[in-house]
Design a protein around this ligand. Sequence first.
Ligand SMILES: [Zn+2]
Length: 270
Amino acid sequence: MAVIERINHGPVSGIRVGRFNKGINTTFVVYQYQDVLIDTGPINQWQYINKFVDEKDLNHVLITHHHEDHSGNAYHLLKQKKLSVLTNNLCQQLLKQTYSIPFIQKLIWGTAKAVSAQLLPANFISDQGLNLDIILTPGHTEDMSCFHDKENGFLFTGDLYIASKVRYYHKDEDLEKQIQSLNKVLTLDFDTAFCPHRGIMKNGKKDITNKRDFILELSSTVKSLAKSGLPVKEIRKQLLGKEDMFTLMSKFHFTKQGLIDACLALPENP
Ligand SMILES: [Zn+2]
């Protein structure tokens, strides 16, 4: 599959790539902002990322978290393009290894190669002067950060958002930390959010608020149904339906039941 979409928003450009064009969960947007590339796209799309990078005058690659769609080309960008690859401390440790991932992820994204990244300071200034604050936002994974450009009101959200209405839960997620991270970015000054799956969100702050509120409402519904004596499996059926092909193909890494259980365990004021 060729490049699916070219994206432009003021000073930010991007390309959406993906081996399969089956919606936002199988495609990925790599963003370029001045001399900085935000996340790398999956390794099986290197040929397109390679061309995109050659069109730009880049010095750095900032990685939000270690997942293979975000970090897959870090190795090529460092070794072939000689760009500085930077990320937070925890992600840095995780990128030093290769991971065995479920077949479905291998099929969609490919397996990332291990890479030695540099440590991102809390405030990053690129060679061309782009100024980004690094906001630690664990929850989707423990090692995730968002990048905030306060001057233009831009937020690069990694996988903090993806969708407002959550239906599945990954076994590595932490819902309480997700709510805390959503609350944390909502205190920042921004309008536009850049999601590598959803794309550009012009009302990003509103969308992120909606996601936070959706989870809190779902959690309160789950809790009141549990209080009324409904078994958790019945709550899942009633609110989210049966587990489906997506869960099966992910080898139960993504489940609806996990989301119901996490909602039930969520403290009253996370
Ligand atoms: Zn991720």
